[in-house]
Design a protein around this ligand. Structure first.
Ligand code: FCB
Length: 440
């Protein structure tokens, strides 16, 4: 067996990603809090509650954990609902709190990346029709002005919208995120308004902070046809085009092309300084005429795939390479803004991380410029409609006591960050089952 180290480029960003509603706790003025109060919306009736109690100050100990384990960056989000609790009211104390958090990151030598929209809005926005309402991009712009004015001394790396495709699909097609609609046409309207909101935010940030780097965190899901049959190939391609490609392509050329219809959004053209990539897994797709509510697709995981604890994610590291290849076509620097697996006893996570980073390393050597990797997530947090049933943290969380439980993956990730690479010894120590993949 050969021995060695897969090194990443100097200055590579190593961090974890989090989102306001998932970690802050007591976030009661937004769409997700209201959703949690409705019966049957969240698995096992779970609620975000205190979450990881970051609003109560426990971000300090978690940032310490990140810094002490060799990370040099952190991606978090700020909550619009806290900063603008009502249309005519700004909460300066919320901005102070976020300012303190960003200073806290800087003091620990963690480069902040701030997301401006990560799946939740203020209730007053929902009351006016949420992202279906074409006035919302402008209102979002006002929030961005306020937030960026306050926080730009501490941050110049911004994600405008997290996973617009997952958000629109889950909230307006699958109906599992608020407002729980099931209408593809509405989802396409929402996506166009999100494009406008992104474009507005991009220009607002650059007007104030010319050196800023602004992008989105795009969720890429692999869609492979289940067979060679043309209908399966066609539907897999439709999913790739509409789910993965539509949003970033519109930000590239200013044309929102739904295959059947094209809408021009010229202000969106060229509004990305980098492309953030969230990659978790890939599907096999079969055309299914009897499933109009599932957009005529039957999606499964390969029978032999290793599955995460609840079956939510299939371990398919080759999809990471496909993801980077796809993202690379836009000619922008790339940053992996999320990647991870739910695994409360940490049996799959070490292998999952190693094989995904190995895939990333391989494709980067094909001359793709990837500047960093943010693991989802630092500590177990509230997983949306799946509540606390899924555990994505390098540290576990006891929701009752707020105790953090260090998983072996935290130590492994620390060794990788410190070495800026993956050595044979790391693989032997944490996931010998991956040796055959990394060091055959
Ligand atoms: C992504 C979300 C993130 C988290 C992970 C597991 O789709 O962006 O908030 O829930 O999935």
């Amino acid at each position: 067996m050969p021995r060695g180290t897969y090194y990443f480029p100097d200055g590579f960003l190593w961090g974890t990603a989090t989102a306001a509603h998932q970690v802050e706790g007591r976030n009661q003025n937004n769409t997700w809090y209201a959703w949690e109060q409705e019966e049957g919306r969240i698995a096992e009736g779970h609620q975000s509650g205190l979450a990881c109690d970051w609003w109560g100050g426990r971000w300090r100990e978690d940032f310490d954990r990140a810094a002490k384990t060799g990370q040099n960056a952190h991606r978090l989000s700020i909550a619009w609902s806290r900063i603008q609790p009502a249309p005519d009211r700004w909460d300066e104390s919320a901005l102070d709190r976020y300012r303190e958090m960003l200073i806290g990151l800087r003091e620990r030598k963690l480069i902040p990346m701030v997301t401006l929209h990560h799946f939740s809005e203020p209730l007053w926005v929902a009351e006016m029709g949420g992202w279906e309402n074409e006035d919302v991009p402008e209102l979002f712009g006002r929030f961005v002005e306020k937030a960026v004015d306050a926080l730009m001394p501490y941050c110049d790396l911004w994600v405008t919208i997290n996973e617009p495709n997952v958000f629109a699909f889950s909230a307006y097609v699958d109906g599992v995120f608020p407002p729980g609609k099931k209408d593809l046409k509405v989802a396409l309207i929402v996506l166009q308004n999100l494009v406008r909101a992104h474009a507005r935010a991009y220009h607002i940030i650059h007007d104030r902070q010319p050196q800023a780097r602004v992008g989105i965190a795009a969720h890429y899901r692999g869609f492979k046809p289940a067979t060679w049959l043309p209908p399966d190939r066609w539907i897999a391609n439709v999913f790739h085009t509409l789910f993965n490609d539509l949003f970033p392509r519109t930000l590239h050329d200013g044309v929102f092309n739904t295959i059947y219809k094209r809408y021009r959004i010229p202000e969106a053209a060229g509004t990305q300084d980098f492309l953030g990539l969230n990659y978790y897994t890939s599907d096999l797709v079969r055309f299914d005429l009897l499933a109009p509510s599932k957009v005529f697709a039957h999606r499964t995981y390969p029978e032999d795939a290793l599955l995460s604890e609840s079956g939510f994610i299939a371990h398919q590291p080759s999809g990471m390479m496909a993801c980077v290849k796809w993202g690379g076509q836009y000619g922008l620097p790339l940053i992996v803004t999320e990647n991870g697996v739910e695994d409360s006893d940490d049996t799959l996570r070490p292998r999952y991380i190693l094989e995904h980073l190995h895939a990333l390393w391989q494709i980067m050597n094909g001359n793709y410029r990837v500047e960093g990797y943010f693991h989802w997530s630092l500590v177990d947090n509230f997983e949306w409609e799946r509540g606390w049933t899924q555990r994505f943290g390098l540290w576990g969380l006891d929701v009752e006591t707020q105790a953090r439980i260090r998983r072996p993956s935290a130590d492994m990730f620390a060794e990788i960050c410190r070495k800026n690479g993956i050595s044979t010894a790391i693989v032997e120590k944490y996931a010998p089952e991956a040796l055959q993949v990394l060091f055959p």
